[in-house]
Each structure stands twice: as structure tokens, then as C-alpha cells.
Design a protein. Structure first.
Length: 98
């Protein structure tokens, strides 16, 4: 019996705005910029890269490039994408390690 393996893609499971923002929040809490960039890319893919680019006021190709695994989005782009998703950036104190 042959086994079929398919690459797991987070964007396949991000269905609601609440799901997307919770996913993004957890990525941001990790403190890992690469994970945050990847989460933004997953969310933009799930929602529609063209729709997010239009709402953020950036070019679609530019957004693809910025959110790719080799991309380096500016803080301005990150803020615009989060705003386009209906989110906002906030800073809270770190919780002490348990």
C-alpha cells in the first residue's frame, strides 16, 4: 500500500479572522522574527495575497517577496499587513518563566 505524504500548510487551517489573529499573536509572542514573517505569509495566503496587498497599499509581488522565507519585510509593511487583517500591534510585559 503506497503512502501519500502532503506538505502541511498552516494557511489551509486559518479560516476566520479570529484564527488568523490568534496565530499571529502566538508567532509574535515567540520573539522569533522569522516565525512572525512566516505567520504573516501563511495568513496572507489564507486570506488572499492580492486582497491583503490591496488593503495594505502595497504591491502584490512586493508582498510575496517580503513575506517569503528569504524576505525581510520593513516594519511599515508588517504594520500595514496587520492593519489590513483587522489587527493592531500592542506591547505587554513578559510573563515570568514558570
Amino acid at each position: 500500500m503506497a503512502m501519500t505524504i502532503r506538505r502541511w500548510d498552516a494557511s489551509d487551517y486559518l479560516e476566520t479572522t479570529e484564527d488568523m489573529l490568534a496565530y499571529l499573536d502566538e508567532a509574535a509572542r515567540s520573539g522569533d522574527p522569522a516565525l512572525l514573517r512566516a505567520a504573516l505569509g501563511d495568513i496572507a495566503k489564507a486570506k488572499g495575497m492580492a486582497e491583503i496587498a490591496r488593503a495594505a497599499g502595497v504591491g502584490r509581488e512586493s508582498l510575496y517577496k517580503s513575506l517569503s522565507s528569504t524576505g525581510n519585510p520593513s516594519f511599515q509593511t508588517i504594520v500595514k499587513v496587520i492593519d489590513a487583517l483587522g489587527g493592531q500591534i500592542s506591547v505587554t510585559p513578559k510573563t515570568p518563566a514558570a
